[in-house]
Design a protein around this ligand. Structure first.
Ligand SMILES: [Zn+2]
Length: 385
């Protein structure tokens, strides 16, 4: 499946991208190039878009000006909007853009032919996966390769309304059941809204908004594909570009059991909210040193947690090594007592990227230190790749 974000809103950068990175996922972002040329406050700058491409995301075009109906324009106007947007992207550092999304999902044969001639290899149309944006129906899923690469079908879950976790999961589950050994579910997202942001209520009123916590829970579910409580087994997340590339679809993995032993040096723990009364967010970052099997591991990690209460909390986060070789969701118990944080209990690895794409395993964790200061945690366990 593919996670696709339209219009390159700034809130996608602020609230969506950190969640994608924490889960080790890449997405496709469709930019309205005139917005980034200014750059308007609404939207991502070229610098931000270049950064995303550097992190493996797919930066696609959504035309120069987002005309509401591309098919109503003359051929030369369509060519200007489509080829012109691609030239603008390239001249602003985006390398070889191949993905396109029709504004408002409206296309016809003329527009498709122009999009192809401008150099795009896939173009997302509007709908086509299901009759309803709320309840999955046939055909449930796009084929892979797509029936028409210049009119790739998609689903905008819940249409104009804020996207609900149960509905997002429902469309993926239905697609997986219909996949019969293959298929592609590109999901369309727009604004990503954070409750603490000043524009929260406006953001949630925009077309097809998603709350960041809902997106985070959806990504938790996807990254746990094949695990109890996770998405159906076999589901993988790829950008539109990568889904179109056949050699990204086959991978051979040898199953190996590695013993792990790591020490985390957590340099920073910041929290928002009041322990004991509010649900608050934990953002930890630091370095990791240790061994996985015979491999020495050095890297950086970040984790993002949702903590409730003062004593015992569960963290949902992801760990990175700076080599980009693995990323895992883990669930750790934290206790915060008198300004000291202790980490204890057990957790599990549920997925990853690179060499550890299919990692599964469990670990025990102990350690602690001052809240807001430096702390050290020790992790021991085993990981199966
Ligand atoms: Zn749009």
């Amino acid at each position: 499946m593919s996670l696709t974000f339209d219009d390159a809103y700034q809130d996608q950068w602020l609230y969506g991208v950190p969640l994608l990175r924490l889960h080790g996922f890449n997405a496709t972002f469709y930019v309205i190039t005139s917005d980034s040329d200014v750059p308007y406050k609404c939207c991502m700058s070229w610098r931000e878009l270049d950064t995303l491409q550097g992190q493996g995301d797919d930066i696609g075009s959504h035309t120069i000006h987002h005309p509401n109906n591309l098919t109503m324009l003359t051929n030369s106007q369509i060519t200007q909007e489509v080829c012109g947007s691609r030239r603008d992207m390239v001249s602003n550092g985006i390398q070889n853009p191949v993905s396109f999304a029709y504004p408002d999902g409206i296309d016809n044969a003329t527009a498709e032919s122009i999009v192809r001639h401008c150099g795009f290899t896939n173009a997302r149309a509007g709908g086509g996966i299901s009759n309803s944006d709320f309840t999955p129906s046939a055909p449930y899923i796009e084929t892979l390769p797509p029936k028409d690469p210049m009119a790739v079908r998609t689903i905008a879950v819940d249409g104009a309304n804020p996207e609900k976790l149960a509905d997002l999961e429902g469309f993926v589950t239905a697609a997986a059941a219909a996949a019969a050994g293959g298929g592609w579910l590109p999901i369309t997202f727009h604004d990503v809204c954070d409750k603490a942001a000043a524009d929260w209520s406006h953001c949630m009123s925009t077309w097809g908004a998603v709350q960041d916590t809902v997106l985070g829970q959806f990504l938790d579910w996807l990254v746990a594909a094949g695990e109890p409580g996770g998405a159906p087994a076999g589901i993988v997340v790829k950008t539109m570009r990568d889904a179109m590339t056949p050699n990204h679809m086959t991978a051979n993995h040898k199953t190996t059991n590695h013993k792990i032993s790591e020490t985390h040096h957590i340099a920073r723990i910041s929290t928002q909210g009041k322990p004991g009364t509010d649900t608050f967010r934990l953002i930890a970052g630091g370095t990791v040193d240790g061994r996985i099997g015979a491999t020495t591991v050095h890297g950086a990690f970040r984790s993002l947690g949702q903590l409730t209460g003062a004593r015992s909390e569960t963290e949902h986060g992801t760990e990175f090594d700076d080599g980009g070789s693995r990323s895992f969701v883990h669930h750790i118990k934290f206790a915060i007592i008198n300004g000291q944080i202790t980490t204890s209990g057990s957790g599990k690895w549920t997925g990853g990227t690179g060499a550890y794409r299919h990692a599964r395993g469990s670990f025990k964790l102990s350690g602690g230190g001052p809240l807001g200061g430096v702390q050290t945690s020790h992790i021991t366990g085993s990981i199966i790749c």
